[in-house]
Design a protein around this ligand. Structure first.
Ligand code: DX5
Ligand code: ZN
Length: 219
């Protein structure tokens, strides 16, 4: 059984107050930081580059969970790993759902000494990726359309979580199951009950008392 990890998404950080919030995160029960990289093409929003990741890692040395929402993860995964990513997840859609390319990128990420996994958007089925699960340290299920924080949780996505949990057992694997989007005081329980062990939470954490909100999900 994997332990429960909360990964606050710094997309929802108050950017007028970064140092103070990173200090709180450092002292909190969060073991990971979720770092959303958006390129303005794969999703209609633009966020952080590798230099920002390096700065965050220095200021707040938690495990860096880098979620690449970019058209070209084959170029950017190695760059983010060199700049502090401990784990990189990339969207299968960005590689045309091509299993050969997906397997190759997972191998490359591992070769660079990082952990790796795949992410699927809400409209992408998870079953076609069964053959690469053995190479995933984590599988990330989007429970909103990627691009923005603060959207409504799509409970239907929990079916993918249940499938992943069954497959993990059947195939005797140990990947983590992560969910991203719309996690709040109600939905975090649904996600845990379905089999998630890694919860990304953005607006819920940063619009409330950061440390207490994280702790509340771990109780
Ligand atoms: C959305 C990002 C999420 C986002 C989640 O594309 O991948 O990580 O920060 O935000 P909330 O928790 O507010 O839905
Ligand atoms: Zn994310």
């Amino acid at each position: 059984m994997n332990s429960i990890v909360i990964a606050p998404s710094i997309l929802s950080l108050d950017y007028a107050n970064v140092s103070a919030q990173l200090e709180i995160l450092k002292e909190s029960k969060a073991e990971w930081l979720h770092f959303d990289v958006m390129d303005g093409h794969f999703v209609p929003n633009l966020t952080f580059g590798p230099d920002i990741l390096r700065g965050f890692k220095k200021a707040c040395p938690l495990f860096m969970d880098v979620h690449l929402m970019v058209e070209d993860p084959e170029t950017y995964a190695p760059i983010f790993i060199k700049n502090g990513a401990d784990l990189v997840t990339f969207h299968t859609e960005a590689l045309n759902n091509d299993l050969t390319r997906i397997q190759k990128l997972l191998d490359e990420i591992h070769g660079l000494g990082a952990k790796g996994g795949i992410v699927v958007k809400p409209n992408t089925a998870i079953e076609p990726f069964e053959s690469v699960l053995k190479s995933c340290d984590i599988v990330l299920i989007m429970s909103v359309e990627p691009g923005f924080g603060g959207q409504k949780f799509m409970a239907d996505m929990l079916k993918k979580v249940e499938w992943l949990k069954e497959k993990r057992e059947a195939l005797n694997l140990s990947y983590r199951i992560e969910i991203d989007g719309g996690i709040n005081q109600d939905t975090f329980r649904l996600a845990l009950n379905a089999g998630c062990d890694t919860l990304v939470a953005g607006s819920y954490v940063f619009k409330n008392d950061i440390a207490k909100t994280i702790e509340g999900m771990l109780e």
